[in-house]
Design a protein around this ligand. Structure first.
Ligand SMILES: [Zn+2]
Length: 244
């Protein structure tokens, strides 16, 4: 089974700082996303799954509409597989309800001047993120126990929580430890042959908040990829699929 543990906004520097050995696997590094004008989540995951720079296509209807974009499986490397599972990935199987609510809460948080309201919005925002994380995590580990040739789980908690809490090292460390423990559990699963851990972009501090940084994180248990472009995974996965 080929597995992709897709983590939004997993930051290379924090993986190093918290020494997340399981996330680092045998080989790890940064991705090169310099071909894109900005590190946009929807653009990056779309380009990843199709193997093509999809920036213009994703942005053609404007920033607001981009989240509704959905790629046909035939355009993606998921079509190489017989019984793939792809959980919650932007542009493919994304939960628009949950992620839409998150974005509205975030917007309201920054717009409201009332401190008590701000605090309540942040609590609701953080709680929703963790609840959603647990839901996808359950589905992911269930799929890893099934007879599948490909499983991808997409986890947004580091991004969602990071935007409002990046300056809070206690919260960020807790998330990185959770993700590292998930990586450990994936690796212990005997069905998992090739594991790729990938983020679309990282995160940098803007005061006590977080914004996207201009490179992503990758790791594998089988090959040193150096500084790959996010569009290069399409052919890489075709290659390891054909070897298996
Ligand atoms: Zn992202």
């Amino acid at each position: 089974m080929i597995v992709i543990f897709a983590i939004d906004a997993l930051e290379y520097n924090l993986v190093e700082e918290f020494n997340c050995k399981n996330l680092k696997q045998k080989y790890y590094g940064k991705t090169d996303i310099s071909e894109f004008s900005q590190p946009r989540t929807m653009v990056l995951w779309s380009s990843f799954m199709t193997g093509k720079n999809k920036e213009d296509d994703v942005l053609e209807d404007g920033n607001k509409e981009m989240w509704n974009k959905k790629w046909d499986i035939k355009e993606t490397f998921f079509s190489f597989f017989e019984n793939p599972v792809v959980l919650d990935l932007p542009g493919f199987s994304y939960d628009l309800g949950f992620h839409g609510k998150s974005r509205i809460l975030l917007k309201n948080f920054f717009e409201t001047k009332n401190l008590e309201k701000k605090e309540n919005l942040k609590k609701e925002y953080n709680k929703d993120a963790f609840d959603h994380h647990r839901k996808i995590k359950d589905k992911f580990f269930k799929a890893l126990g099934e007879d599948r040739d490909f499983v991808l789980g997409y986890f947004s908690v580091a991004d969602v929580i990071g935007h409002l809490n990046f300056g809070n090292k206690v919260i960020m460390k807790m998330i990185y430890i959770e993700l590292d423990e998930m990586a450990e559990k994936i690796k212990k699963n005997k069905r998992v042959k090739s594991l790729i851990i990938l983020s679309d972009h990282g995160m940098k501090a803007i005061g006590r908040f977080g914004d996207h940084s201009e490179y992503g994180f990758w790791s594998t248990n089988f090959k040193d990829l150096k500084t790959p472009k996010i569009t290069e995974f399409y052919e890489l996965i075709r290659g390891i699929k054909n070897e298996s």
